[in-house]
Unconditional design. Structure first.
Length: 317
């Protein structure tokens, strides 16, 4: 997992300008810092050295989701998704990134005063940083059910990537890591499986791919949508969105997580019980290969998922 802090000279978009990361600062009374009133996104870009391009994975979908979900908190992001993609491309060029990268857009309530009632002062930033493997899952992960419950839509909408909502994910991750697991699985208050701390969850049972639906307090993941499309259109699998019981994870054939950062991460143990044969299953393996090929521009039928940004390596570099 990347733990290093980005270079402070990295150029970021902040306050409608391109400035070094070191200058992108907010005051301690900022509403979002005190009350969690921000909405963020996460977008990956994959470096293709052969053509000297970074391939942004579904940036229009990410920016559309960001703008729509920001509306839940009455946060305004004035630029259109296309304009936001252009700002992102400019960041990649200005920083001359020649590696895989991660983009973090963030919009927040920016008034600096005491009081939880939010006003119309909003700010947004877009930061791009070099980024590699987030979660090493090549041998399969051991996931544990956390005793923290997934937050409910009527408390804090989990679909919205609201900053304050990630306390829920941080508590769950801390809980299961202290118990020796790699990653958390959340149950909702009603006891059904919801998702991982920062990723969606799928299981394979009797040849069908099954994942909880939006009403199970999940974040409606864009990687999840990619995996459903690949499973249906390429592998011709039946995909079912329905609630999953905790104990179904103990008796199913395969489990895996999906997300922008984790990509597709197979789970081979849940709560000290082997999933299937206790090794990475064939459907997870195949979907992982397809997802990698599609996002790295090697599957022409999924070229519409990616936006290519040319970042030539300077001959003086
Ligand atoms: N659930 C949660 C709680 C997340 O934070 C994420 C990461 N954005 C996901 C699921 C996966 O969503 P996506 O595939 O759009 O990255």
């Amino acid at each position: 997992m990347p733990s290093t802090e980005p270079d402070p000279s990295t150029i970021v978009f902040f306050d409608n300008r391109y400035v070094p990361l070191a200058q992108a600062q907010v005051g301690v009374l900022t509403h979002a810092l005190n009350y969690g009133t921000g909405v963020f996104e996460g977008i990956r870009g994959y470096w293709d050295a052969e053509v000297q391009e970074i391939l942004l994975a579904r940036p229009a979908d990410h920016y559309m989701r960001w703008k729509r979900n920001a509306g839940i908190l009455h946060l305004e992001i004035p630029p259109s998704p296309d304009e936001l993609i252009e700002i992102t491309a400019e960041l990649l060029r200005r920083n001359a990134f020649h590696s895989d990268i991660y983009v973090r857009p963030l919009v927040w309530k920016s008034a600096q005063r005491i009081g939880v009632h939010a006003d119309a002062r909003d700010s947004f930033t877009i930061v791009a940083v070099p980024f590699g493997v987030y979660m090493d899952s090549d041998k399969g992960l051991h996931a544990g059910i956390t005793s923290w419950r997934r937050l409910e839509d009527n408390a804090i909408p989990g679909r919205a990537k609201i900053c304050g909502a990630y306390v829920n994910s941080a508590l769950a991750t801390d809980d299961v890591r202290r118990c020796g697991f790699d990653e958390a699985i959340f149950l909702s208050e009603n006891g059904h499986v919801a998702e991982g701390a920062t990723c969606n969850i799928f299981m394979v049972r009797n040849g069908r791919l099954i994942t909880p639906g939006p009403a199970d307090n999940i974040l409606e993941g864009i990687t999840r949508a990619c995996i459903i499309e690949l499973a249906r259109d390429v592998l011709h699998l039946e995909v079912v969105e329905r609630s999953i019981d905790r104990s179904e994870l103990y008796v199913c054939d395969e489990v895996f997580f999906t997300g922008t950062a984790v990509e597709l991460a197979p789970v081979t143990m849940v709560d000290h019980r082997r999933v299937g044969a206790g090794v990475i299953g064939p459907i997870a393996s195949e979907l992982r290969r397809l997802y990698t090929d599609a996002t790295r521009g090697r599957l022409p039928q999924f070229e519409n998922w990616i936006r290519r940004v040319s970042v030539p390596v300077s001959i003086h570099a």
